[in-house]
Design a protein around this ligand. Structure first.
Ligand SMILES: *[C@@H]1O[C@H](CO)[C@@H](O)[C@H](O)[C@H]1NC(C)=O
Ligand SMILES: *[C@@H]1O[C@H](CO)[C@@H](O)[C@H](O)[C@H]1NC(C)=O
Ligand SMILES: *[C@@H]1O[C@H](CO)[C@@H](O)[C@H](O)[C@H]1NC(C)=O
Ligand SMILES: *[C@@H]1O[C@H](CO)[C@@H](O)[C@H](O)[C@H]1NC(C)=O
Ligand SMILES: *[C@@H]1O[C@H](CO)[C@@H](O)[C@H](O)[C@H]1NC(C)=O
Ligand SMILES: *[C@@H]1O[C@H](CO)[C@@H](O)[C@H](O)[C@H]1NC(C)=O
Length: 257
């Protein structure tokens, strides 16, 4: 669902374009041959990091040779395209399809990065202080390997909330993005990489009932419905979350970078 394939990036110094591809650990990838002007007497080879030959399509009717290291993990498809199964971190690298006859010519190149899905996040309210003028709250959003703290301030008179220092974000040790931000009276924490995303949400009005009024575009009844829908969404599996985001796209859409 979260898969993202960047458009081809052309380089004038290379004979073919490198396509960056991100794959979730444990999933499969289709290695497509995009140009196949292959003559009878040529061999087509899929190569990993320029040195390991995964599979060779031998000329004529000599058949195919799958490297022992990859036997069972490669499925041959039409036109020299193959499926590499159950990718692990060690499979990250450059995959090239090469046609060799009198000369060698690279026809396709993928740069594959295998990523773990991101860990769940937990957004918690660490402290609340309110007065007749203000309600200030600090929250922390925790992922497995990092966290962000942030302070929010709601003004009783204008009924507006703001985030001190603006939106907070951080690149985690596992190279994912962690964000904490304010949107329509909701504090949202999201954690994402190219293959997955997780999020947790707090409704400010539940924390500062008398202060956050106007930032809510919903009335109390709608808010209660929203809240139960929210809890349901947050507990639902990712695919289900995506389906449910149809109802509130601005809030829940876990946009991939
Ligand atoms: C190969 O082609 C298939 C079908 O068009 C597509 O789904 C897949 O993402 C392609 N593989 C890569 C690595 O781009
Ligand atoms: C393959 O190449 C990538 C860099 O392109 C490198 O990070 C990775 O360690 C290499 N993998 C193996 C198994 O040699
Ligand atoms: C909230 O923050 C504002 C601005 O820093 C401060 O003036 C106010 O005293 C704080 N209010 C409370 C109740 O902590
Ligand atoms: C501060 O918050 C508490 C708990 O939500 C509430 O009972 C109290 O009335 C609030 N005080 C003010 C001045 O808003
Ligand atoms: C976040 O807040 C907690 C407790 O409120 C504190 O222990 C921690 O050092 C803070 N972390 C950062 C990065 O400010
Ligand atoms: C997380 O929130 C930031 C800030 O709005 C946004 O730029 C980013 O695309 C969001 N990521 C996900 C996965 O929703």
């Amino acid at each position: 669902m979260c898969h993202l394939i960047f458009p081809l990036s052309f380089s004038i110094f290379k004979s073919s374009a490198v396509t960056p591809v991100f794959v979730q650990k444990g999933e499969d990838v289709l290695l497509n041959v995009t140009i196949a002007d292959v003559r009878e007497e040529d061999t087509v080879t899929w190569r990993f990091n320029k040195t390991v030959n995964l599979v060779r399509f031998l000329p004529g009717n000599l058949g195919t040779k799958v490297s022992d290291d990859y036997s069972g993990r490669i499925e041959l498809l039409v036109k020299y395209s193959v499926k590499l199964k159950n990718l692990q971190e060690a499979d990250s690298g450059v995959y090239t399809a090469v046609v060799s006859g009198d000369k060698e010519k690279q026809i396709t190149e993928y740069k594959i990065t295998v990523q773990d899905p991101v860990s769940p996040v937990k957004l918690s309210v660490d402290s609340v202080s309110n007065s007749s003028d203000w309600c200030n709250l600090t929250v922390s959003c925790r992922a497995q390997d990092s966290h962000i703290n942030s302070t929010f301030r709601c003004d009783t008179h204008t009924h507006t909330c703001s985030q001190e220092g603006g939106e907070r974000s951080q690149v985690t040790p596992s190279a994912a993005d962690l964000h904490v931000y304010l949107s329509n009276g909701y504090i949202i924490c999201n954690h994402s990489n190219q293959v997955s995303c997780t999020k947790d949400i707090k409704i400010i009005e539940n924390v500062c009932p008398r202060h956050a009024g106007k930032t809510e575009r919903l009335n109390h009844k709608q808010l209660i419905i929203m809240h139960s829908l929210l809890n349901y969404i947050l507990k639902a599996p990712f695919a289900m979350q995506n389906l449910l985001t149809i109802f509130c796209p601005h809030l829940f859409y876990c946009k991939m970078l």
